[in-house]
Design a protein around this ligand. Structure first.
Ligand SMILES: Cc1cc2nc3c(=O)[nH]c(=O)nc-3n(C[C@H](O)[C@H](O)[C@H](O)COP(=O)(O)OP(=O)(O)OC[C@H]3O[C@@H](n4cnc5c(N)ncnc54)[C@H](O)[C@@H]3O)c2cc1C
Length: 444
């Protein structure tokens, strides 16, 4: 079978790798418009550089030579301009146009930053995702003393965090009242938000860019709704859109130009699959949210590969799990927040507590703030948030699985978690939190 993958980044590369490791009788083509040295770049490379985890941004691109050695036909610097689902062919262009046939097609074109020139047209205003733009942004940031970042989602906040640690003054602007508002409820994140200023991060909530002043094509002053700030580099980290222009009228798209897929990531065309950023989080047939995350891209890739080699494998299109470390805080979120639930027509309740991770007899007490969000009528858990100075990634992954498995609060109260006296109380804190719901709810 001839399988063609458009896009050789996190999703496309993971799909090719999975296909090669699962079956060896397919002919696999992997196409990207970028040059080979820039493929599969980790977009937060700048943060890793400032954290001194890497020196050069090129250290976090992906070496595709192992794929070539496995027989994958890599076509770089080729732009796909059109597809013809009826005839199973696509049109691509390097110096001239070529046609490539496929039996199965995987769309992994991801997303690109939007054109920020309409917001600020200046040499020191940037957005970035790939290696080349990131290098330009890094050059500007290395010289900058004062940086303005628009958007307090993960990307903006993580960048603010690393820049502040290097002594730079950081202005973080968002039109929402809280940081990370797509992932955390106010009562979980406010402590972290309040701590930002102590680290040199000045957060401006409910703010909008109104105007700016520039000199020699460099922004100097930025006028927000209620104040004016100065900056020598301005970053718009989170403005992105799915790369689906050539799919219009070829496969069904949602209103936001993401691709309509079923649980098996099949598009409206039977031999075409879509993975990665172009596939939204879907809460229902009509409720979609564009949510670029590497986690989603690589796991969709594996599911699609399994399906293509004859093991139909569904992917949980609702799953949204993300985490970061900001200042000393581990922040983890999975599923729906309590504040977004009403917009998704969900009737939810929540339980929240500051819990002790360690048994009472252990001298060094470790704590975490934990929240569970569940459906009011069925008690099915649909969201969870963790804020702690401990690294709780495994707990977050566990919560992600519980939510995927549609566990209820009642089931969680008796979930058989391990007891190790040096480290754990008799019951895991998630057991206890679930029991608290049942007690308060008078359901027993
Ligand atoms: C600054 C920044 C930091 C981020 N940090 C994180 C993070 O810490 N954790 C996380 O989970 N996510 C992070 N993300 C999001 C993450 O980068 C994306 O979710 C991820 O890149 C999606 O992978 P993908 O394979 O779907 O697509 P992409 O990485 O967008 O790649 C798509 C590929 O398709 C190619 N392509 C597109 N159209 C065509 C065409 N017509 N012809 C040929 N080739 C084409 C592109 O050149 C590109 O190589 C970050 C994003 C940004 C912008």
């Amino acid at each position: 079978m001839k399988i063609v993958i458009i896009g050789a980044s996190h999703g496309g590369i993971a799909a090719a790798k999975s296909l090669c490791s699962l079956a060896n009788d397919n002919e696999i083509f992997l196409i990207d418009r970028k040059p080979i040295h820039a493929l599969g770049y980790i977009s937060s490379g700048i943060n890793l550089h400032f954290q001194e985890i890497i020196h050069e941004l090129t250290e976090v691109t992906t070496d595709v030579q192992p794929l070539i050695d496995l027989g994958v036909k890599l076509m770089t610097e080729y732009e796909v301009t059109d597809i013809d689902p009826t005839n199973h062919q696509l049109i691509l262009k390097k110096e001239q146009e070529e046609i490539l046939f496929y039996d199965k097609l995987i769309l992994a074109m991801g997303s690109s930053p939007t054109n920020i020139k309409i917001l600020i047209d200046a040499e020191n205003a940037f957005t970035y995702k790939g290696l080349e733009e990131s290098q330009q942004v890094l050059d500007s940031l290395e010289k900058a003393q004062e940086v303005a970042i628009f958007g307090a989602g993960y990307i903006g906040l993580e960048l603010a965090n690393v820049l502040a640690k290097t002594g730079r003054k950081v202005h973080l602007v968002d039109n929402m009242p809280m940081i990370l508002s797509r992932y955390f409820d106010t009562n979980m994140i406010e402590e972290v938000q309040q701590a930002l200023a102590t680290q040199g991060i000045y957060f401006y909530p409910n703010e909008f860019l109104i105007d700016y002043q520039k000199n020699n094509n460099q922004v100097e002053k930025i006028c927000l709704l209620s104040k004016t700030i100065t900056a020598d580099t301005v970053i718009f980290p989170s403005q992105a859109q799915p790369n689906t222009e050539f799919l219009r009228d070829k496969v069904a798209l949602n209103d936001d130009d993401t691709v309509v897929v079923d649980d098996y990531l099949q598009t409206s065309e039977p031999d075409i699959y879509a993975i990665g950023d172009i596939v939204p989080i879907s809460y229902s047939e009509t409720m979609h949210v564009f949510m670029p995350l590497v986690t989603r891209a690589v796991h969709m890739a594996r599911a699609a590969a399994l399906t293509l080699i004859g093991h139909p494998t569904s992917f949980d299109r609702k799953n949204k799990v993300s985490a970061t470390k900001i200042m000393d805080y581990f922040l983890g979120s999975v599923g729906v927040t309590e504040e977004e639930a009403p917009f998704l027509d969900m009737n939810v309740q929540s339980v929240q507590a500051k819990i002790c991770l360690t048994p009472t007899y252990v001298a060094q007490q470790k704590t975490a703030k934990v929240k569970l969000i569940y459906q009011k009528d069925t008690l099915e858990i649909i969201g969870a948030q963790l804020v702690s100075k401990e690294y709780l990634l495994q707990d977050l992954n566990l919560l992600s699985v519980l939510i995927h498995d549609k566990k209820t609060i009642t089931e969680l109260a008796v979930e058989n978690f391990c007891f190790v006296p040096q480290f754990t109380p008799h019951f895991h804190y998630l057991n206890e939190l679930a029991l608290q719901v049942l007690q308060e709810d008078n359901r027993c």
